[in-house]
Design a protein around this ligand. Structure first.
Ligand SMILES: Cc1cc2nc3c(=O)[nH]c(=O)nc-3n(C[C@H](O)[C@H](O)[C@H](O)COP(=O)(O)O)c2cc1C
Length: 306
């Protein structure tokens, strides 16, 4: 909690999987809860890795909430059934994914322009006994007023909270945050609202809490990936960053069955977002490495130079 507000770790596909969440929680900690990247149905099946990522035995953080992609009621119910079988009782619904191949199929943020479809989805989900939902959304798909037709539908679902990223889906992850529209949403929404977007420092958290004292919490995505010690600067030591990195490398090495090329790609994708303020030369050497042996030397040099 910061200033009486809960702090949540956002889901980020490809990065904040169970390995990252468990390691982050143990080494750095700070968030009051962690959200899983969305589970989805693909080729008529729930993806196996999404199931593994949500299994309670693979999640060692104290508060973990799995997420499903907002989609057709039939597929959503299937995922809710799977998650409840695992023992989950709190499930987040993604109405925020802006990725065009998803959104253009009336999923994620793409659903925000179709309130009739959202209504059908909420009605179907509300029928499931013993499950409490939260929602993660944007202001709209290509217009920042779409939320106005979505908020009244929350009466069907009674979400425990609504996380709002104050951009449209079309804006993806860049561009102006529409704080005026967020403020109107906050005034209209009868359920707890969590702010999410570009929180990269404790000062920025303070600033948002001062502007919106009525929010119930703040959710942080890229800020925590870039600097896992963002919430606890005293833990931002080279040793701790190295520990997080090594745990991820070991977990992916096992997951990828020792496939060197795949492991190298996976680890390089982490460095696209991890520690962007580390010495430039060392980061470049990591990104240019052509084998795990060279990669490991470059990584050691980077942590040594911090
Ligand atoms: C590569 C990437 C993957 C993401 N995956 C998810 C996801 O699976 N579920 C979700 O709700 N949000 C996802 N998000 C959005 C983040 O949770 C968050 O809402 C967004 O990054 C804005 O917050 P930030 O500025 O703190 O990063 C993703 C964002 C990025 C950049």
């Amino acid at each position: 909690m910061i200033n009486d507000k809960k702090i949540l770790c956002a889901p980020v596909q490809g990065i904040t999987d169970c390995h990252w969440r468990n390691a982050h929680n143990e080494i750095f900690g700070g968030p009051d809860g962690y959200y899983g990247p969305f589970m989805r149905v693909e080729h008529n099946d729930i993806r196996k890795r999404d199931i593994a990522d949500a299994l309670p035995e693979n999640n060692k953080v104290s508060v973990f909430t799995p997420q499903i992609l907002g989609c057709r009621p039939k597929d959503a119910l299937r995922m809710v059934e799977k998650l409840t079988e695992m023992g989950h009782r709190n499930i987040d619904i993604n109405l925020g994914c802006p990725f065009p191949p998803i959104a253009l199929h009336h999923k994620g943020a793409g659903l925000l322009q179709y309130p009739d479809e959202v209504e059908k989805l909420f009605k179907a989900l509300a029928e499931v006994d013993g499950v409490s939902y939260s929602v993660k959304m944007r202001l709209g798909w290509d217009e920042s007023y779409h939320w106005r037709e979505i908020i009244p539908l929350f009466d069907i679902l009674k979400p425990s909270q609504v996380v709002v990223h104050p951009r449209t889906g079309r804006q993806q992850y860049k561009g102006v945050l529409n704080l005026d529209e967020f403020s109107s949403l906050l005034d209209c929404c009868p359920f707890p609202v969590v702010y999410n977007g570009e929180l990269k420092s404790l000062e920025e958290i303070d600033r948002i809490v001062k502007i919106f004292p009525d929010i119930s919490g703040l959710m942080i995505g890229r800020g925590l990936i870039e600097d896992p010690a963002m919430l606890c600067p005293e833990k931002g030591t080279a040793d701790n960053y190295c520990e997080l990195h090594n745990r991820l490398r070991d977990a992916y090495s096992e997951q990828l069955n020792g496939g060197e090329h795949q492991l190298l790609l996976k680890m390089k994708s982490l460095w696209e977002v991890f520690l962007p303020n580390a010495p430039h030369k060392a980061l470049k050497a990591i990104k240019k490495s052509t084998s795990m042996a060279k990669y490991n030397i470059a990584v050691n040099e980077l942590f040594y130079s911090m």
